[in-house]
Design a protein around this ligand. Structure first.
Ligand code: KG4
Ligand code: ZN
Length: 339
């Protein structure tokens, strides 16, 4: 593959991000402007607020990414930008900027799937990861167990049938009055709680009926937490947080381990915002160690949305499939191509 320096742009949700990455894994700069504080008072991301904030930040964030990389615009060989999935208005801000720059700088544009980018966060830190891999992708919007047989070759093994793992964290945190986003707050609170205080249900893990599926379900768990807390008002919220977290992590680790055994994976990769969870990281690492599997845990900055992972996928896609047409549209419901 030819050497290339790619500018990545990401605006699918509530982070405005730009990064410069050389040859798919050498991160020269990565700038992330988070809108978390803007949305916190609403208890979640407000699409219109997100679009406006992206508009205000996109040019300064791109300028900063070039400056941090110490490169002039002329050094950029291609632009990679998230085209979906995500919020339509938010996606359009990044994509319009990417198209304008591609035209002005006369460089190719490559549209990137945001989920695929989360899978590639691992390759930024360890380009030598060996296939087949099982990826546990856990974020605010999605929970998927994916087999990665090679670059661009994915198979969906399991997914949530209702709430995403991050969504369950955010809903339970809202109920416990812990603010937004809920994941980090529950993670912190759980450290001083007893994970065995309450035996919350582990859906779809028992031997009856649904035991063999690699799908997961979290909405019953959320309801169980709410009902239990209402019935036991004196219960320490740290114990509730720790017991809830123990149930989520137990399910995710058990299913991922089973998936890895089923496909004969050489390693397991954790990805997405919930990959920052301390208990999930510790338990998954221990399970992989016990099963003789390589375990890749991305550093926290690569778990959440960033543009370095967009540029990394852009490099692979550009060399495998060529550039995208300049009239490529934003695709809010884009899925990973599973084959
Ligand atoms: O991937 P991400 O940044 O955004 C998308 O959903 O695409 O993930 C955000 C999600 C939120 O639900 C947040 O509560 C959760 O990741 N999260 C965590 C932790 N840090 C972030 N969940 C559990 N433990 C954490 N430490
Ligand atoms: Zn994401």
């Amino acid at each position: 593959m030819t050497a290339s320096t790619i500018l990545g742009i990401e605006t699918s949700c509530d982070e405005t991000a730009a990064a410069v990455v050389r040859d798919g894994s050498d991160v020269l700069s990565s700038v992330v402007s988070s809108q978390i504080e803007l949305h916190a008072r609403f208890g979640g991301v407000v699409p219109e607020v997100a679009s406006r904030a992206h508009l205000a930040s996109i040019n300064p964030v791109i300028d900063r990414a070039l400056a941090d990389a110490g490169l002039p615009a002329a050094a950029i060989d291609a632009i990679a930008c998230t085209v979906g999935p995500g919020l339509i208005g938010a996606l359009l801000v990044g994509l319009s900027a990417a198209k304008a720059l591609a035209l002005a700088w006369r460089v190719p544009l490559v549209g990137v799937n945001h989920h695929e980018a989360h899978l590639y966060a691992a390759f930024l830190e360890d380009p030598s990861l060996e296939f087949p891999l099982v990826v546990l992708l856990v974020s605010g919007g999605h929970t998927m167990i994916i087999e990665m047989a090679g670059h661009g070759r994915y198979r969906l093994l399991g997914r949530t049938i209702d709430d995403a793992a991050g969504e369950a964290y955010d809903k339970v945190a809202r109920f416990l009055d812990l603010g937004y986003p809920g994941g980090p707050a529950i993670d912190r609170l759980a450290r001083r709680g007893d994970p065995q205080a309450v035996a919350f249900p582990r859906a779809m893990m028992t031997r009856e009926g649904s035991a063999d599926t690699l799908d997961v379900s979290f909405s019953g768990l959320k309801t169980a937490v709410v009902n239990h807390a209402r019935r036991h008002p004196g219960l320490d919220s740290a114990d509730i947080a720790a017991s809830f977290q123990a149930a989520v992590v137990d399910v995710l680790v058990t299913k991922t381990r089973r998936a890895a055994a089923q496909v004969g994976a050489r390693g397991v990769v954790l990805a997405g915002g919930v990959a920052a969870n301390s208990q999930l990281r510790a338990d998954l690492a221990a399970a992989c160690h016990a099963d003789g599997l390589a375990c890749f845990l991305p550093s926290p900055a690569l778990c959440t949305d960033n543009a370095a992972m967009i540029a990394a996928v852009g490099w692979h896609r550009l060399h495998a499939d060529g550039p995208s047409p300049l009239d490529i549209g934003a695709q809010p419901n884009l899925r990973l191509a599973f084959g």
